[in-house]
Design a protein around this ligand. Structure first.
Ligand code: NAP
Length: 334
């Protein structure tokens, strides 16, 4: 047993602890016996959904840090054995197609700040960085049916074609690239987790906005959101995504990029699935589903590299939507 009752697992840092994925990851790390330092942008908010997690009173410490101040992560990373860099500016600016250089710079410089803090600590062995399918799929190669970790989003193509949330797409791509390049130059292992659309239950009292498009058929609301479904939406359960992060932190041979996506479904099939499983909810927009197919021809994301390392996905679509609906009921949205 370690000093803090951490089963000798040591302390890890999770950036952006308030978030949908990071809060779930913190819960799992505490369950696994780690001590956790997490960063939030402001301590002046209600963090009780984190501080009341089992094990948190003894093994969770919360620090203030902001990607806009890259040096602010030092205190949280000090004495850690590993860092999960999850925080990222998530503001899509109403899906603005304008390229917002400041947001991109903040994401890239903030990521480098976290990595510099890791090197400076002299204790961190590995940094696991959360990336996104969006760093893989936009390259103008509409023809690939299946893509793997060799595929990179082409930033020039995104600047030209300006898809929905173009700045976010660019910031995820450049932050992941910068992290991997940093890892090659300095004495720290950098592993990236390219997650597809994360879905499932959430811990926070607020509804995570990243869930809105996937939940819009159930919750109703703005049709524009529903229309943003790609032709084949790739999903992963939040618990599987968090487990993959921990698996890649702990696996001795983990190296480079890992796609983490358990399934893909068309909007039409998703609508069929939801109407059959949850007949009690009025599922809007069925009349226009035929029009959705062509929004973006999304390739299948291959998680073969992760699965070949021995990782197993545990959850299907049923658990993703059951969990998200249950959480929506908890916060009074359903
Ligand atoms: N959700 C998905 O479907 C999905 C898919 C692929 C990849 N990802 C990636 O997964 C990670 C977590 O996403 P999520 O879905 O959990 O989103 P989320 O709930 O919005 O969490 C994002 C976190 O980043 C923090 N953050 C934003 N700007 C920051 C800044 N300038 N400085 C410090 N922290 C900042 C947020 O803090 P505040 O609470 O203060 O805003 C929040 O804690 C991100 O890296 C995202 O790109 C998500």
């Amino acid at each position: 047993m370690g000093e803090n009752g951490d089963n000798g697992k040591g302390t890890v840092c999770v950036t952006g602890g308030t978030g949908f994925l990071a809060s779930w990851l913190i819960m799992k790390l505490l369950e696994d016996g780690y001590s956790v330092n997490t960063t939030v942008r402001s301590l002046a908010i209600d963090l009780s959904y984190l501080t009341r997690l089992p094990g948190a009173s003894e093994r969770l410490r919360v620090f203030e840090a902001d990607l806009g101040r890259p040096e602010s992560f030092q205190a949280a990373v000090e004495k850690c054995v590993g860092v999960f860099h999850v925080a990222h500016p998530m503001d899509f600016g109403e899906g603005s197609e304008e390229i917002e250089e400041a947001k991109i710079e903040c994401a890239v410089n903030g990521t480098l700040g976290v990595l510099r803090a890791a090197v400076g600590s002299k204790t961190v062995k590995r940094v696991v960085v959360t990336s996104s399918r969006l760093a893989v799929v936009f390259n103008g190669d509409g023809g690939s049916a299946v893509v793997d970790e060799r595929s990179w989003t082409d930033v020039g193509f995104v600047k030209e074609s300006k898809p929905f949330g173009a700045s976010y797409v660019i910031s995820k791509t450049l932050a992941e690239k910068a992290a991997l390049e940093f890892g090659e130059k300095y004495e720290v292992d950098v592993v990236t987790v390219i997650t597809s659309w994360i879905h499932g239950p959430f811990l926070s009292p607020q509804f995570p906005e990243t869930l809105r498009p996937a939940m819009s058929m159930v919750l109703g609301g703005d049709q524009a959101n529903v229309m943003k479904y790609p032709s084949l939406t790739p999903f992963v359960h939040v618990d599987d995504a968090a487990s993959a992060h921990i698996f890649l932190m702990e696996h001795r041979n983990a190296k480079g990029r890992y796609i983490c996506s358990s399934l893909g479904i068309t909007p039409q099939d998703l609508h069929k699935f939801l109407s059959t499983r949850y007949p009690q909810y009025h599922l809007p927009y069925s009349y226009s589903l035929e029009d959705m197919g062509g929004y973006f021809k999304h390739p299948i994301l291959s998680s073969k590299k992760l699965l070949d390392m021995g990782f197993k996905f545990k959850y299907g679509l049923e658990e993703m939507f059951d969990g998200a609906i249950e959480s929506c009921r908890r916060v009074g949205l359903l």
